[in-house]
Design a protein around this ligand. Structure first.
Ligand code: ARG
Length: 470
């Protein structure tokens, strides 16, 4: 005998859409469906959006001023409850939007039920999340600016400190410490540009797109867009509720930025090793070993080097969620938030840690210069001298220089240690003027082409960036 369906008490069905439902959700359904565990982070944006929406409804005569005022005030109470930690979050209310609205209902009663006029959670969440991501673009920019300032300070101190420049991590040509620092300034500068571009593109307001098709109420989308600091309302309601490009762009910019951070972090790990000794990390950003007393480990740099994994993982995850989704909204899109939250938190932390490390970092001028002078780093200068002074074709100059390098290598010395006689044995046109180009300081000073490593060039670039940052 089958049981007849039991009548379900009305409170078991959802208060927001209970009309059509006889039964409440299975516990597992509730668990997979609920986003309140993470989207509570959107509370401030949600309340801001709702206040703008209510004010607009009143301005358009869709809601009475009295109701709009009660809603506006009630939402402020909700805001302060959440900020005080006393807000009763409820999983059965699924997400932040319904938690806020249900609490508003408890606080002000009937007018709360009018807030959702001409609106859907689809345009609501799209608006809230855009506001949140927009703030993160600003936070990333601030973090990047602070990091750039730390790099500029390093570059200024060591604008003319000579160090080896590498290709293939083999000594290539001498460069300056300032020049190396400024390379990262360029990278992080582009990151600022990427966040700014993403911000400008995302600054369109989805609110008023309603579920997907717009609304028959005479709403004013310009008004809500303006109240929320958007440049304009999104022009297509289907696109407005289903677009997550803004999150993908933020993640992409974050991933590229994290790559830059990881490259710098890797250099710090190498440079701080006993084999390099180019830099000393401050105690504040290092750890010791519990067994090896001599160790000072660059843990912060290593962790920053690793964080790209999380950020890129989040990026791939959201790209995968969005791929192939039909228009307009699908619940898949609820998966956007945790990825972006984690990537944003990770990025801000990594930026702050890198800034701190770079502020404290002490480069060892003597060690840098000693390393620069070894490894035949001025071989190209020698070849260039042969071209300039003796008129040799560069290919021949390259060959002569290669022969001299091989001789020095066989003798276990560097290029400037070869005698003039030995040099003339390879090419008789060489004079002792050649020694001037073999010195690393002369080498870097000679590379004055725009963007080159000469201290004057580096100082020009530092000045340019200081002006940009203001
Ligand atoms: N929590 C949902 C999300 O994050 C809000 C939108 C729900 N919309 C809906 N039609 N069920 O996407």
């Amino acid at each position: 005998m089958t049981d007849a369906p039991k009548p379900v008490p009305p409170e078991a069905a959802n208060a927001m859409w209970g009309g059509r439902f006889a039964a409440g959700p299975d516990a597992i359904m509730e668990a997979i469906n609920a986003s309140i565990g993470f989207d509570r982070r959107l509370y401030a944006q949600d309340i801001r959006g709702s206040r703008a929406h209510a004010a607009m409804l009143a301005a358009r005569g869709i809601m009475s001023n009295k109701d709009a005022e009660a809603i506006g005030e009630g939402l402020l109470t909700v805001l302060s409850e959440i900020e005080a930690g006393s807000f009763p979050f409820r999983t059965e209310l699924e997400d932040i939007h319904m938690n806020v609205e249900a609490r508003l209902q408890e606080l002000i009663g009937e007018p709360a039920g009018r807030l959702h006029t001409a609106r859907s959670r689809n345009d609501q969440v799209a608006t809230d999340f855009r506001l949140w991501v927009r703030d993160q673009c600003d936070a990333a920019t601030l973090g990047l600016e602070a990091l750039i300032r730390a790099l500029l300070a390093q570059a200024e101190t060591g604008a003319d400190w000579v160090m080896p420049g590498f290709t293939h991590l083999q000594t290539a040509q001498p460069v300056t410490w300032g020049h190396h620092m400024m390379a990262y300034v360029e990278m992080f500068g582009r990151d600022i540009g990427r966040f700014a571009d993403a911000r400008a593109r995302m600054n369109e307001c989805p609110l008023g797109a309603a579920a997907l098709a717009g609304t028959s109420f005479p709403i004013d989308r310009m008004m809500t867009a303006e109240m929320l600091g958007f440049d304009r309302p999104a022009a297509n309601s289907l696109d407005a509720v289903s677009d997550r490009d803004f999150a993908l762009e933020f993640l992409s910019a974050a991933a590229i930025c994290a790559i830059h951070l990881s490259r710098l972090a890797e250099e710090l790990v190498i440079w701080s090793s006993a084999q390099f000794r180019f830099v000393r990390m401050s105690d504040r950003f290092s750890t010791g070993s519990s067994i090896m007393p001599q160790k000072k480990n660059p843990d912060a740099a290593e962790l920053i080097r690793a964080k790209i994994g999380r950020i890129l993982g989040a990026t791939v995850a959201l790209f995968t969620v969005m791929k192939g989704l039909p228009l307009a909204y699908s619940k898949d899109m609820q998966e956007d938030k945790e990825q972006v939250f984690d990537a944003a938190d990770t990025l801000m932390l990594a930026l702050a840690a890198m800034e701190g490390m770079m502020r404290d970092l002490q480069a060892d001028r003597t060690a840098l210069e000693a390393a620069a002078a070894s490894g035949f780093s001025t071989a190209t200068d020698l070849a260039d001298w042969l071209v300039r002074r003796l008129g040799l074709p560069f290919r021949q100059a390259h060959h002569v220089t290669g022969t001299l390098v091989a001789r020095a290598e066989a003798q276990g010395c560097d290029l400037p240690d070869l005698t003039l006689q030995e040099m003339r044995g390879v090419h008789k046109g060489i004079t002792d003027e050649v020694y001037s180009v073999l010195g690393v300081r002369n080498s870097v000073a000679s590379r004055r082409s725009y963007g080159g490593t000469a201290p004057d060039q580096v100082r020009d670039q530092i000045a340019r960036w200081k002006e940009i940052l203001g």
